[in-house]
Design a protein around this ligand. Structure first.
Ligand SMILES: NC(=O)c1ccc[n+]([C@@H]2O[C@H](COP(=O)([O-])OP(=O)(O)OC[C@H]3O[C@@H](n4cnc5c(N)ncnc54)[C@H](OP(=O)(O)O)[C@@H]3O)[C@@H](O)[C@H]2O)c1
Ligand SMILES: *[C@@H]1O[C@H](CO)[C@@H](O)[C@H](O)[C@H]1NC(C)=O
Ligand SMILES: *[C@@H]1O[C@H](CO)[C@@H](O)[C@H](O)[C@H]1NC(C)=O
Length: 322
């Protein structure tokens, strides 16, 4: 009995000594985060791929917190729809009217003009969110060089060119934040996604170089690596011949809601996190496997590739019998 009593006498003070600083720390974090969100009021946030999916949800999240969002993508009509939705779905007291800039990430030489236009309207860019992108479905052998090039051009060179165009002004102002929406596939590649995985891996490396270079200019770089999000990404993915995949994949369908993902991403941006992996457990395990148990990763991926191949053969047979 007396041993238990002494044990309590020891554990009691220790747990208090741990709990109280922890509560204070948590309270400090909450206050700090709230201050970060308040800082978003009036900030100019340029978002690519704002006409759909995650970019659209990010526009809502930044707008809700009082940022002046600049919506970029190819389809003007969809951008106008998003702008109308924004104006109608949030309270007006601290919001700023959204701006629309139609642009094509596949036309890198035009991007400087678009940035100049944004700057002539807003005077500065506080946060650039490189979110626009396309995915890929197909083996390396079945994918034309043109498709490989197009995916790299949009996902990698598009983000790179836009970042370079925005960077000049940020360096001059000695402040700014650059955000890259990469993917879990920027850290671990899957079969039949070579072009997409490669483009996201490239972004990852580019960001690491850039982050180090511009840290002394008070510009931060955040890389976000999400797992599956329920968007039109798989519908819009390019097949080997460059056609739209046109199917909602089960994995994409079962993913996070874009609203939840956007909320988590904006939180990470406010905290100036250098990188986050936004996913369930399985993709996180895959990243660890790739790094620390590559042999196992090779085996798992070979099996996955074989399964994909069998599924295609099965679908071909079914198609012919119909
Ligand atoms: N969904 C997922 O499971 C998932 C997972 C990890 C990472 N991500 C990443 O999240 C980002 C957003 O994708 P999403 O899931 O929201 O897919 P989405 O619904 O297909 O949206 C893609 C966006 O990119 C824009 N875009 C595509 N090509 C463009 C181009 N050449 N120039 C300018 N904009 C272009 C599209 O707009 P326009 O067609 O109007 O140009 C659209 O707004 C992508 O970078 C994607 O890789 C998605
Ligand atoms: C590889 O691609 C070529 C050219 O498109 C095609 O003729 C060949 O059948 C493909 N091979 C396999 C194994 O899919
Ligand atoms: C650094 O950038 C932040 C915004 O990202 C700004 O609030 C702060 O004033 C800047 N600091 C300096 C020293 O310029």
């Amino acid at each position: 009995m007396s041993e238990i009593k002494t044990l309590f006498n020891v554990i009691g003070p220790i747990s208090i000594a741990v709990t109280i600083p922890w509560i204070i720390f948590k309270m400090f974090c909450t206050v700090w985060l709230k201050k970060g969100y308040n800082n978003l009021v009036g900030k100019v946030v340029v978002i690519t791929g704002a006409s759909s999916g995650l970019g659209e949800a990010l526009a809502h999240e930044f707008y809700k917190h009082g940022a002046q969002v600049v919506l970029c993508a190819r389809r003007r009509q969809e951008l106008e729809r998003v702008r109308t939705d924004l104006l109608h779905s949030h309270s007006k007291d601290m919001t700023h009217p959204p701006i629309i800039i139609p642009l094509d990430l596949n036309e890198p030489s035009e991007l400087q003009n678009h940035v100049d236009k944004i700057l002539s309207i807003t005077g500065r860019i506080d946060i650039l969110v490189n979110n626009g992108g396309i995915s890929h479905r197909g083996t390396v052998n079945d994918t034309t060089l043109e498709v490989h090039r197009q995916i790299m051009s949009v996902n990698y060179f598009g983000a790179l060119a836009l970042t370079k165009a925005v960077l000049v002004d940020m360096l001059k102002n000695k402040k700014g934040q650059i955000v890259f929406i990469s993917s879990v596939q920027g850290l671990v590649a899957l079969p039949e996604r070579s072009a997409y995985s490669a483009s996201k891996h490239a972004l990852q490396a580019f960001s690491d170089s850039l982050r180090a270079e511009i840290a002394s200019s008070n510009i931060s770089v955040s890389v976000i690596s999400p797992g599956y999000i329920k968007t039109k990404l798989s519908l819009n993915a390019l097949t080997g011949s460059g056609k739209a995949h046109g199917q909602m994949d089960a994995t994409t369908e079962s993913g996070y809601s874009p609203e939840y993902a956007a909320e988590q991403i904006v939180k990470a941006v406010v905290q100036k996190k250098k990188e986050i992996v936004l996913s369930t457990l399985l993709p996180q395990v895959a990243i660890l496997l790739r790094k620390y148990m590559p042999l196992l990763y090779y085996i798992v991926m070979e099996r996955r590739a074989k399964k994909l191949e069998q599924q295609k053969q099965f679908q071909n047979v079914m198609g012919k019998n119909q």
